[in-house]
Unconditional design. Structure first.
Length: 258
C-alpha cells in the first residue's frame, strides 16, 4: 500500500502537481524492507514450465477462438522478454518496429523511461501470428497503411479495448491451471513477476552480463538485477544435495513419504 502511494506522489511530483513525496519513507526503518540476503517469495520457474505455459496458451481451449489463443500466446511470449505487466499492457502496435536489423519493441518503463527490447524468435512469431489473426478477423489493413492501427493497443480485448493488468493475471492463472502436471505445483503461485524473474535468472545462468540484463528489464541499477538473481532459488544442478544423497544410498522401501 505504501509503495502504491509513493508511486502516485512520484508521478504527481514529476508532473509538477505536488511539491514533494510524503510517502518517500525509509522502508527499512519501518520494518517493510526485505533483507537482501533473504530468499524471494517469487516462484522460480523452469524452462519446461514456461514452455508448457506457452504451449497451453497457443492450444485451442473451450470458449476461446483463434484470436483469443493467439493473443494468449503473445502475452506469455512478451513476458519471456522480461517485461513488467504494466509495460505489456501499455504497448501500442506502433511500438513494434525494426532497429539495427532486428524486430524490437519500444517499451515505456518506470519513470517514463523508454527502452528498446529486442524480440527472440518465439516472441516475434507469437506477436506476428496474433496481429495477423486479429487483422484477418477484423478485416484490417496492414498497420503501415493505416495510422489508426499503428496507434492502437498491441493487445486488445474482443471489444477492442486495451488489455488490462487484471485480465493478464487471470489469464496466466487459467493457463497454469490448465497446463497439466508440469505446472501443477506452481499454478497457485503463478503471476507476472514469476516470468520476469525467469528472464533474469535464465539470462544470467546462460552467461549474459548483468549490465545487459539490467538494460533488457529496465532496472535502474545493476544491483537490483543482481538482487533479483541472488534471491531466486538456485539451479538444482548447482547444489551438492545429490552428492550427499548418493552417499546415503537409496531410500528404504518401507519409509513413508512426506
Amino acid at each position: 500500500m505504501l509503495a502504491t502511494v509513493k508511486a502516485l506522489y512520484t508521478h504527481l511530483a514529476d508532473t509538477g502537481l505536488a511539491a514533494g513525496n510524503p510517502a518517500a519513507l525509509d522502508r527499512r526503518r519501518l520494518g517493510l524492507a526485505v533483507p537482501a540476503d533473504s530468499a524471494s517469495g517469487t516462484v522460480t520457474l523452469t524452462t519446461a514450465q514456461v514452455r508448457a505455459l506457452y504451449d497451453t496458451a497457443a492450444a485451442p481451449r473451450r470458449g476461446a477462438g483463434p484470436v483469443d489463443s493467439a493473443r494468449a500466446a503473445a502475452v506469455v511470449a512478451l513476458f519471456t522478454l522480461g517485461l513488467r505487466v504494466g509495460e505489456i499492457c501499455g504497448l501500442d502496435r506502433g511500438d513494434l518496429h525494426v532497429t539495427r536489423g532486428r524486430r524490437a519493441l519500444r517499451v515505456r518503463g518506470k519513470g517514463g523511461k523508454t527502452r528498446v527490447v529486442y524480440l527472440h524468435a518465439l516472441a516475434e512469431s507469437a506477436i506476428s501470428d496474433y496481429l495477423r489473426a486479429r487483422d484477418a478477423a477484423e478485416g484490417s489493413l496492414p498497420a503501415r497503411r493505416d495510422r489508426a492501427l499503428v496507434d492502437s493497443p498491441l493487445l486488445r480485448t474482443r471489444t477492442g479495448a486495451r488489455y488490462q493488468r487484471q485480465a493478464v493475471w487471470q489469464l496466466l492463472r487459467r493457463l497454469a491451471e490448465a497446463g497439466g502436471p508440469v505446472l501443477r505445483d506452481v499454478a497457485s503461485a503463478m503471476h507476472p513477476h514469476a516470468l520476469r524473474h525467469f528472464y533474469v535468472t535464465t539470462a544470467v545462468e546462460a552467461g549474459a552480463q548483468l549490465v545487459h540484463v539490467q538494460a533488457d528489464v529496465g532496472h535502474s541499477s545493476v544491483d537490483t538485477t543482481e538482487q533479483v538473481y541472488n534471491s531466486a532459488a538456485r539451479d538444482p544442478q548447482r547444489s551438492a544435495v545429490d552428492l550427499v544423497g548418493e552417499v546415503l544410498g537409496p531410500p528404504n522401501s518401507r519409509s513413508g513419504s512426506l
